[in-house]
Design a protein around this ligand. Structure first.
Ligand SMILES: [Zn+2]
Length: 285
Protein backbone atom coordinates (compact mmCIF):
# COMPACT_ATOMS: atom_id res chain seq x y z
CA UNK A 1 0.00 0.00 0.00
CA UNK A 2 3.00 2.28 0.21
CA UNK A 3 2.27 3.22 3.76
CA UNK A 4 5.40 1.45 4.97
CA UNK A 5 7.54 4.24 3.64
CA UNK A 6 5.77 6.78 5.79
CA UNK A 7 5.54 7.40 9.47
CA UNK A 8 3.38 9.69 11.52
CA UNK A 9 5.24 12.34 13.42
CA UNK A 10 4.47 13.21 16.98
CA UNK A 11 3.55 16.81 17.34
CA UNK A 12 6.48 18.84 18.51
CA UNK A 13 6.21 21.81 20.81
CA UNK A 14 6.66 24.25 18.00
CA UNK A 15 3.64 22.88 16.24
CA UNK A 16 1.31 23.65 19.12
CA UNK A 17 0.79 27.22 18.03
CA UNK A 18 -0.84 25.81 14.94
CA UNK A 19 -3.79 24.65 16.99
CA UNK A 20 -4.59 28.23 17.73
CA UNK A 21 -3.87 29.64 14.31
CA UNK A 22 -5.91 32.70 13.51
CA UNK A 23 -8.82 32.94 11.12
CA UNK A 24 -7.26 33.52 7.69
CA UNK A 25 -6.94 37.21 6.83
CA UNK A 26 -6.31 36.39 3.18
CA UNK A 27 -8.43 34.33 0.82
CA UNK A 28 -7.23 30.71 0.91
CA UNK A 29 -7.58 30.51 -2.90
CA UNK A 30 -6.47 33.80 -4.46
CA UNK A 31 -4.72 35.50 -1.53
CA UNK A 32 -6.87 38.67 -1.54
CA UNK A 33 -8.28 40.32 1.55
CA UNK A 34 -10.54 40.87 3.37
CA UNK A 35 -12.15 37.47 3.85
CA UNK A 36 -15.86 36.75 4.06
CA UNK A 37 -17.89 33.89 5.45
CA UNK A 38 -18.69 30.95 3.21
CA UNK A 39 -21.68 28.71 3.96
CA UNK A 40 -20.65 25.06 3.97
CA UNK A 41 -24.08 24.04 2.69
CA UNK A 42 -25.41 26.11 -0.21
CA UNK A 43 -28.33 28.29 0.77
CA UNK A 44 -30.72 26.70 -1.74
CA UNK A 45 -30.38 23.35 0.07
CA UNK A 46 -32.72 24.79 2.71
CA UNK A 47 -35.56 24.21 0.26
CA UNK A 48 -34.43 20.65 -0.50
CA UNK A 49 -33.41 19.46 2.96
CA UNK A 50 -35.49 21.22 5.62
CA UNK A 51 -34.04 22.13 8.99
CA UNK A 52 -34.47 19.21 11.35
CA UNK A 53 -34.11 21.21 14.53
CA UNK A 54 -31.40 19.03 16.01
CA UNK A 55 -27.96 20.28 16.79
CA UNK A 56 -25.53 19.01 14.23
CA UNK A 57 -22.34 17.18 15.02
CA UNK A 58 -18.83 17.54 13.83
CA UNK A 59 -16.25 14.91 14.75
CA UNK A 60 -12.63 15.88 14.50
CA UNK A 61 -9.88 13.34 15.07
CA UNK A 62 -6.21 14.27 15.22
CA UNK A 63 -4.07 11.19 14.91
CA UNK A 64 -0.54 11.16 16.29
CA UNK A 65 1.66 8.15 16.71
CA UNK A 66 1.18 7.95 20.48
CA UNK A 67 -2.08 9.70 21.04
CA UNK A 68 -5.39 10.21 19.38
CA UNK A 69 -7.28 13.41 20.13
CA UNK A 70 -10.92 13.20 19.39
CA UNK A 71 -13.36 16.02 19.63
CA UNK A 72 -17.06 15.90 18.98
CA UNK A 73 -18.41 19.39 18.59
CA UNK A 74 -22.11 19.84 18.89
CA UNK A 75 -22.87 23.00 17.05
CA UNK A 76 -25.49 25.39 18.32
CA UNK A 77 -27.54 25.81 15.20
CA UNK A 78 -28.54 23.80 12.20
CA UNK A 79 -25.90 22.58 9.75
CA UNK A 80 -27.44 24.97 7.23
CA UNK A 81 -25.94 27.78 9.29
CA UNK A 82 -22.34 26.50 9.35
CA UNK A 83 -20.03 29.18 7.97
CA UNK A 84 -16.25 29.43 7.70
CA UNK A 85 -14.46 32.75 7.19
CA UNK A 86 -11.65 32.09 4.72
CA UNK A 87 -12.50 33.32 1.22
CA UNK A 88 -12.72 36.78 -0.37
CA UNK A 89 -15.96 38.22 -1.74
CA UNK A 90 -14.86 38.08 -5.43
CA UNK A 91 -14.10 34.34 -5.08
CA UNK A 92 -17.21 33.66 -3.01
CA UNK A 93 -19.55 35.55 -5.34
CA UNK A 94 -17.66 34.66 -8.53
CA UNK A 95 -16.30 31.23 -9.42
CA UNK A 96 -17.49 29.56 -6.20
CA UNK A 97 -21.01 30.79 -6.80
CA UNK A 98 -20.79 29.62 -10.46
CA UNK A 99 -19.76 26.17 -9.27
CA UNK A 100 -22.71 26.07 -6.85
CA UNK A 101 -25.03 26.89 -9.75
CA UNK A 102 -23.57 24.08 -11.83
CA UNK A 103 -23.78 21.51 -9.04
CA UNK A 104 -27.32 22.47 -8.00
CA UNK A 105 -29.26 20.44 -10.62
CA UNK A 106 -26.99 17.44 -10.06
CA UNK A 107 -27.42 17.48 -6.28
CA UNK A 108 -31.16 18.01 -6.57
CA UNK A 109 -31.41 15.04 -8.91
CA UNK A 110 -29.35 12.79 -6.63
CA UNK A 111 -31.29 13.88 -3.53
CA UNK A 112 -34.64 13.32 -5.22
CA UNK A 113 -34.07 9.58 -5.49
CA UNK A 114 -34.87 9.69 -9.21
CA UNK A 115 -33.33 6.75 -11.03
CA UNK A 116 -30.60 8.10 -13.28
CA UNK A 117 -26.99 7.61 -14.34
CA UNK A 118 -24.11 9.79 -13.25
CA UNK A 119 -21.91 10.53 -16.23
CA UNK A 120 -18.27 11.64 -16.25
CA UNK A 121 -19.09 15.34 -16.39
CA UNK A 122 -21.34 15.07 -13.35
CA UNK A 123 -18.72 13.00 -11.51
CA UNK A 124 -16.09 15.64 -12.21
CA UNK A 125 -18.35 18.53 -11.13
CA UNK A 126 -19.42 16.70 -8.00
CA UNK A 127 -15.78 15.87 -7.15
CA UNK A 128 -14.77 19.52 -7.67
CA UNK A 129 -17.54 20.72 -5.40
CA UNK A 130 -16.68 18.14 -2.69
CA UNK A 131 -12.99 19.13 -2.86
CA UNK A 132 -13.90 22.79 -2.53
CA UNK A 133 -15.98 21.99 0.56
CA UNK A 134 -13.11 20.04 2.16
CA UNK A 135 -10.66 22.87 1.42
CA UNK A 136 -12.99 25.44 2.98
CA UNK A 137 -14.13 23.37 5.99
CA UNK A 138 -10.63 22.67 7.24
CA UNK A 139 -10.03 26.40 7.68
CA UNK A 140 -12.47 26.46 10.55
CA UNK A 141 -9.30 25.54 12.41
CA UNK A 142 -6.42 26.73 10.21
CA UNK A 143 -3.94 24.77 12.34
CA UNK A 144 -5.59 21.62 11.05
CA UNK A 145 -5.46 22.56 7.38
CA UNK A 146 -3.97 19.69 5.37
CA UNK A 147 -4.28 20.89 1.78
CA UNK A 148 -1.27 22.42 0.10
CA UNK A 149 -1.63 26.00 -1.15
CA UNK A 150 -0.65 24.84 -4.65
CA UNK A 151 -3.70 22.55 -4.62
CA UNK A 152 -5.97 25.41 -3.62
CA UNK A 153 -4.43 27.58 -6.38
CA UNK A 154 -5.24 24.83 -8.90
CA UNK A 155 -8.81 24.75 -7.62
CA UNK A 156 -9.04 28.52 -8.07
CA UNK A 157 -7.49 28.56 -11.55
CA UNK A 158 -8.76 25.30 -13.05
CA UNK A 159 -11.88 24.55 -10.99
CA UNK A 160 -10.72 20.97 -10.57
CA UNK A 161 -9.53 18.77 -7.69
CA UNK A 162 -5.80 18.01 -7.55
CA UNK A 163 -4.73 15.61 -10.27
CA UNK A 164 -3.04 13.18 -7.91
CA UNK A 165 -3.19 12.27 -4.26
CA UNK A 166 -6.96 12.69 -3.93
CA UNK A 167 -9.77 10.15 -4.19
CA UNK A 168 -13.47 10.76 -3.70
CA UNK A 169 -16.42 8.37 -3.47
CA UNK A 170 -20.14 8.84 -3.07
CA UNK A 171 -22.87 6.49 -1.94
CA UNK A 172 -26.59 6.60 -1.33
CA UNK A 173 -27.23 6.54 2.40
CA UNK A 174 -30.32 5.63 4.38
CA UNK A 175 -29.47 7.35 7.65
CA UNK A 176 -31.29 6.17 10.76
CA UNK A 177 -29.42 6.88 13.99
CA UNK A 178 -25.84 7.67 12.97
CA UNK A 179 -25.31 11.27 13.95
CA UNK A 180 -22.22 12.94 12.47
CA UNK A 181 -22.62 15.39 9.61
CA UNK A 182 -18.94 16.05 9.10
CA UNK A 183 -15.99 13.90 10.20
CA UNK A 184 -12.38 14.57 9.51
CA UNK A 185 -9.39 12.49 10.52
CA UNK A 186 -6.09 14.23 10.06
CA UNK A 187 -2.56 12.89 10.16
CA UNK A 188 1.05 13.79 9.75
CA UNK A 189 3.03 11.71 7.30
CA UNK A 190 6.62 12.25 6.37
CA UNK A 191 8.47 10.77 3.47
CA UNK A 192 11.84 9.04 3.58
CA UNK A 193 14.51 11.06 1.90
CA UNK A 194 15.83 9.44 -1.28
CA UNK A 195 19.43 10.27 -0.39
CA UNK A 196 19.91 9.25 3.25
CA UNK A 197 16.64 7.32 3.78
CA UNK A 198 15.83 9.40 6.84
CA UNK A 199 12.34 10.72 7.44
CA UNK A 200 11.92 14.28 6.27
CA UNK A 201 10.35 16.30 9.12
CA UNK A 202 6.92 17.73 8.40
CA UNK A 203 5.67 20.98 9.82
CA UNK A 204 1.96 20.54 9.22
CA UNK A 205 -0.72 17.91 8.87
CA UNK A 206 -0.81 16.68 5.31
CA UNK A 207 -3.10 13.66 5.15
CA UNK A 208 -6.80 13.52 5.76
CA UNK A 209 -9.95 11.48 5.40
CA UNK A 210 -13.25 13.33 5.38
CA UNK A 211 -16.77 11.99 5.51
CA UNK A 212 -19.79 14.20 5.14
CA UNK A 213 -23.43 13.58 4.60
CA UNK A 214 -25.84 15.73 2.62
CA UNK A 215 -29.33 14.28 2.92
CA UNK A 216 -29.08 10.84 1.33
CA UNK A 217 -25.67 11.48 -0.24
CA UNK A 218 -22.70 9.99 1.62
CA UNK A 219 -19.36 11.52 0.57
CA UNK A 220 -15.93 10.19 1.44
CA UNK A 221 -12.65 11.93 0.55
CA UNK A 222 -9.04 10.89 1.21
CA UNK A 223 -5.93 12.81 0.31
CA UNK A 224 -2.23 12.63 1.05
CA UNK A 225 1.05 13.68 -0.57
CA UNK A 226 1.77 9.93 -0.63
CA UNK A 227 0.30 9.01 -3.98
CA UNK A 228 0.95 5.31 -3.46
CA UNK A 229 -1.01 5.35 -0.22
CA UNK A 230 -3.96 7.07 -1.88
CA UNK A 231 -3.86 5.09 -5.14
CA UNK A 232 -3.44 1.77 -3.38
CA UNK A 233 -6.17 2.34 -0.82
CA UNK A 234 -8.97 -0.25 -0.86
CA UNK A 235 -11.99 -0.37 1.41
CA UNK A 236 -12.71 -3.79 2.81
CA UNK A 237 -15.93 -5.46 3.86
CA UNK A 238 -19.44 -5.34 2.45
CA UNK A 239 -19.67 -1.55 2.65
CA UNK A 240 -16.95 -1.22 0.02
CA UNK A 241 -19.25 -2.27 -2.80
CA UNK A 242 -21.75 0.41 -1.90
CA UNK A 243 -19.48 3.33 -2.80
CA UNK A 244 -18.82 4.70 -6.28
CA UNK A 245 -15.58 6.52 -7.08
CA UNK A 246 -16.04 9.96 -8.66
CA UNK A 247 -12.41 11.17 -8.48
CA UNK A 248 -10.31 10.43 -10.33
CA UNK A 249 -13.23 10.16 -12.73
CA UNK A 250 -13.99 6.52 -13.33
CA UNK A 251 -14.27 6.70 -17.12
CA UNK A 252 -17.82 5.38 -17.23
CA UNK A 253 -21.24 6.36 -15.95
CA UNK A 254 -22.87 4.51 -13.07
CA UNK A 255 -26.47 4.12 -11.96
CA UNK A 256 -27.98 6.20 -9.18
CA UNK A 257 -29.18 5.24 -6.67
CA UNK A 258 -26.60 2.42 -6.64
CA UNK A 259 -27.98 -1.08 -6.31
CA UNK A 260 -26.88 -1.29 -2.66
CA UNK A 261 -27.70 1.42 -0.15
CA UNK A 262 -25.42 2.38 2.75
CA UNK A 263 -26.73 1.83 6.27
CA UNK A 264 -25.59 3.28 9.61
CA UNK A 265 -23.09 0.47 10.29
CA UNK A 266 -21.55 0.99 6.84
CA UNK A 267 -21.26 4.74 7.42
CA UNK A 268 -19.55 4.24 10.77
CA UNK A 269 -17.15 1.69 9.33
CA UNK A 270 -16.26 3.65 6.19
CA UNK A 271 -15.69 6.93 8.02
CA UNK A 272 -13.04 5.39 10.28
CA UNK A 273 -11.42 2.78 8.06
CA UNK A 274 -8.68 4.82 6.39
CA UNK A 275 -7.53 6.29 9.69
CA UNK A 276 -7.58 2.97 11.57
CA UNK A 277 -5.79 1.13 8.86
CA UNK A 278 -3.11 3.80 8.58
CA UNK A 279 -2.64 3.85 12.33
CA UNK A 280 -2.37 0.07 12.58
CA UNK A 281 0.28 0.06 9.88
CA UNK A 282 2.19 2.81 11.62
CA UNK A 283 2.20 1.06 14.96
CA UNK A 284 4.26 -1.70 13.42
CA UNK A 285 7.26 0.62 13.37
ZN1 LIG B 1 -10.27 34.94 -3.33
Amino acid sequence: MGIGTFIAQTINQNAHHLFHAQTPQKCIFCGSSPTTKEHFWPDWLRNVIPKNGRKWEQLRVVENIETSDQAIRRKGGDIHDWTIRCVCAPCNNGWMSDLEKKIKPILILLLSGTVTRIDERSQSLMATWCTLKVMVAEFENPGHATTHHAQRKRMWRRKLPPKTGWRIWIGCYDRRNWKPDYINNIFYFSQKSQSDKKYIPVSRYNTQSVTFVIGSIFIHVIHSPDRALVNGWRFSGPAAGKLRQIWPVSGYSFPWPPFQILEDTDADFLAAQFQLSAKNSLLQF
